[in-house]
Design a protein around this ligand. Structure first.
Ligand code: HEC
Length: 149
């Protein structure tokens, strides 16, 4: 019995260490993908979200999106105020009836394999891949977000 207990404790410990090592963070995992795949249109030369909204056409014509190159800015496209925007835009559509991918999915990589791999990293980082907007999302769904720095 004692031996069994020790065994269980060791398994629990090993599992804890493993999940900690596998934790996806913005610094370690997301920023490198973002810098490579997204920064050309969403970085220093880009306006804040509401500045962008004042004259969308002007920015879209120049192929410039809203600025989201810091942790706090990117998180505002997951949690609030642009709740779920990152999820709606990056999703591959596989879980939807119409199978339509979000319009930023194509930027995740040059090959389908790379897009899928980078999408998985974003999904693991967000923790709760939920496309809902602020008016529909529940407190429990917000609580399930991981979005670690
Ligand atoms: C070639 C330029 C370009 C690249 C590269 C690009 N985007 Fe975009 N993105 C845009 C433009 C322009 C818009 C605004 C037009 C629109 O809404 O589709 C936009 C919109 C968005 C939005 C919507 C924000 C909102 O308020 O609804 C998100 C989220 C987003 N991009 C994320 C990303 C991510 C993450 C990447 C990298 C995987 C990326 N984009 C790569 C140009 C780009």
């Amino acid at each position: 019995m004692k031996k069994q207990m020790i065994g269980l404790v060791m398994i629990a410990f090993a599992w804890g260490v493993q999940t900690e090592a596998a934790e996806v963070t913005w610094q370690k995992d997301i920023k490198p993908i973002f810098d490579k795949q997204c920064a050309s249109c969403h970085s220093t030369g880009s306006p804040e979200h509401d500045e962008f909204s004042k004259d969308k056409k002007k920015w879209i014509d120049k192929s410039i999106g809203m600025r989201m190159d810091s942790y706090s800015l990117l998180v505002s496209y997951v949690g609030w105020p642009q709740t779920g925007a990152l999820i709606r835009r990056l999703d591959d559509g596989s879980g939807k009836a119409d199978k339509k991918a979000g319009n930023m999915y194509e930027h995740l990589g040059d090959t389908e394999a790379m897009r899928k791999a980078n999408l998985d990293t974003f999904k693991a980082w967000v923790g709760n891949w939920n496309p809902k907007r602020w008016k529909d999302i529940t407190k429990d769904e917000l609580n399930a977000l991981k979005i670690k720095y």
